[in-house]
Ligand binder design. Structure first.
Ligand code: VG1
Ligand code: CO
Length: 548
């Protein structure tokens, strides 16, 4: 097989963001764009992880979105030309992000490439993404992504081979030059791992007792996993998993499991004879939404409740060594950790920052406000796992989810919480807003904004307690005398302009006030957030585009 060297001019915009490189499909399809990035991964590995991928095993798969098939074939040819020894790829090129992480670990692979833009819309006008994961199964840490970025800046050529498309539709092993391409069932290894973690017998009993679940796969990658595990192995009624067939354009919808994009699910659970519990996951299956009757459980509350109930799950029967949350995530889980007498770590946004804590055994459960939760079973967030965790709790406690949450708040207090997103802000305006606020941080303490007086304000910098690496500028935090908090940061996953995220949080210890509506409970803080950052003047917006 002859290796071709194809000259390419560097693309200046290939710096990976919060979770890999994400761009419009049209950008990825520009001649040389995808090959330049993938070649840069291979070029960077010797320096970034100390070894090249030559002769090694890599895992490959994606969420099945538009361009997945074409991209897979391009990548397989580049992998061949770069001397990779063996590729483990999901049938039809499909692997959910958590399954890819599980498979990297199970096969002791050197790493993997995951093709996804997560919850962003797909289709020819939608988004695409490429992410490199390391041998622990987790997203490459920043020193690796930065090395990849440096290589994208100076790449001169990529290596590839000429070959017919490799068939990926059957469980088989094909050879492409010296590369062995092993097509595996994308679901099986993952389902077995779930059986080792949760009490499947108890959950089967729950379904046998008449408990009804609706799981919305949002036409994304989790469908086949949900059908096999929920209906196949746990005995949930056929049809429990809806929108379960992965589609390249996600059925024209936005595969983002939140109350806006999964409104159908919330409505279905609210029906008089609706199911007892609802759940959904995102494009690549790493996010989750959980809905009880009369209650949408916020991701931050979910993390706290899972921590408080962890010992009901066989995997955690000996308790948790510690927990972690991303900085903007509400501090509800901190209260649980304090009550359990375990450590609680605060990391920057993005799953890559949990990896070292999980590897070191300092934590076994972690999560983000953006609907991501997971544990030490893999090194990615895991949508279906979170749903099974809730089912395991419901199967043991036999109480409605709303009652479990209300009891949780009575014991620990409630953190009212919301994220306000200002999307498609011109990048310069967004940068200026952050810069200006950063300069003003030292002046804020003791100033009063609306009903709230600032106690302290800082620019969050993270020192990884395991490897000592420092990551500065991870969000501006403003904390008030009454314990309320506002965080400002810019998204690192968008593909159009900038998205300003404003995170609002207020603690309420009084159970008599726990049933207040979230919006109303946060209204005065939202007003203060607009004044502190001078939102209207700086970006010309009088309100957020999305409230999550
Ligand atoms: C967002 C979320 C973050 C999450 C990331 C990837 O990042 O805020 O918590 O880890 O998406 O999730 P940002 O930089 O846009 O705020 V996923 O499901 O897209 O892999
Ligand atoms: Co995702």
């Amino acid at each position: 097989m002859t290796i071709k060297t194809v000259p390419v001019t560097p693309f200046p915009d290939q710096r990976p963001g919060t979770s890999g490189l994400r761009k419009k499909v049209s950008v990825f399809r520009a001649p040389g764009y995808l090959p330049a990035f993938v070649q840069s991964i291979f070029d960077a590995l010797p320096e970034a992880v100390g070894e090249s991928a030559a002769g090694k095993t890599l895992v490959l798969g994606g969420d099945g979105r538009f361009f997945n098939d074409e991209a897979l074939q391009i990548i397989l040819r580049i992998m061949t030309a770069n001397g990779v020894g063996r590729i483990v790829v999901g049938r039809d090129g499909l692997l959910s992000t958590p399954a890819a992480s599980a498979i990297i670990r199970k096969y002791r692979a050197f790493g993997g490439i995951i093709l996804s833009a997560s919850h962003n819309p797909g289709g020819p006008d939608g988004d695409f993404g490429v992410k490199y994961n390391i041998a622990n199964g987790g997203p490459a840490p920043e020193r690796v992504t930065e090395a990849i970025f440096r290589h994208t800046r100076r790449i001169a050529a990529y290596r590839t081979v000429e070959a017919a498309p490799v068939p990926l539709d059957r469980i088989s092993t094909t050879r492409l030059g010296s590369l062995a391409i092993e097509v595996i069932d994308p679901v099986c290894d993952y389902a077995e791992l779930m059986e080792r973690i949760f009490d499947f017998d108890r959950i089967r009993d729950l379904f046998r007792s008449g408990f009804r679940l609706r799981f919305d796969a949002m036409h994304a990658v989790t469908g086949p996993y949900a059908v096999e595990i929920l209906e196949g192995r746990l005995g949930a009624a056929p049809g429990t998993a809806v929108n379960a067939e992965p589609k390249p354009d996600f059925g024209g919808q936005h595969p983002d499991p939140n109350p806006t994009h999964a409104a159908d699910l919330i409505d279905a659970i609210a029906e008089p004879n609706g199911p007892d519990f609802g759940a959904a996951s995102d494009g690549d299956g790493d996010r989750n939404m959980v809905v009880g009757r009369d209650c949408v459980i916020s991701p931050s509350d979910s993390l706290a409740a899972l921590a408080a109930n962890a010992q009901l799950v066989p995997w955690f029967k000996d308790g948790l060594p510690g927990v972690a949350r991303s900085m903007p995530t509400s501090r509800a889980v901190d209260r649980v950790a304090a009550a359990l007498g375990i450590d609680c770590y605060e990391t920057p946004t993005g799953w890559k920052y949990f990896g070292s804590l999980l590897d070191a055994g300092r934590i076994a459960l972690c999560g983000e406000e953006s609907a991501g939760t997971s544990s030490n079973h893999i090194r990615e967030k895991d949508g279906l796992w979170a749903v099974l965790f809730w089912l395991n709790i419901l199967a043991v406690r036999r109480e409605p989810a709303a009652a479990i949450l209300a009891a949780h708040w009575r014991r620990f207090g409630r953190h009212f919480y919301a994220r306000h997103d200002y999307e498609a802000v011109p990048t310069q305006q967004a940068d200026r807003l952050i810069e200006r606020l950063r300069e003003r941080l030292p002046l804020l303490p003791s100033q009063r904004f609306g009903a709230h007086t600032v106690r302290e304000a800082d620019d969050f910098a993270y020192t990884d307690p395991v490897d000592g690496s420092i990551t500065p500028h991870q969000g501006l935090r403003v904390e008030f005398e009454d314990g309320a908090r506002i965080v400002y940061r810019l998204s690192g996953t968008g593909t159009e302009g900038a998205t300003l995220r404003v995170y609002l949080e207020r603690f309420e210890p009084d159970p008599a006030r726990h049933q207040f509506a979230n919006d109303a409970a946060l209204a005065s803080l939202a007003a203060s957030a607009a004044i502190v950052a001078d939102l209207e003047t700086m970006i010309g917006r009088s309100g957020p585009s999305v409230v999550a």
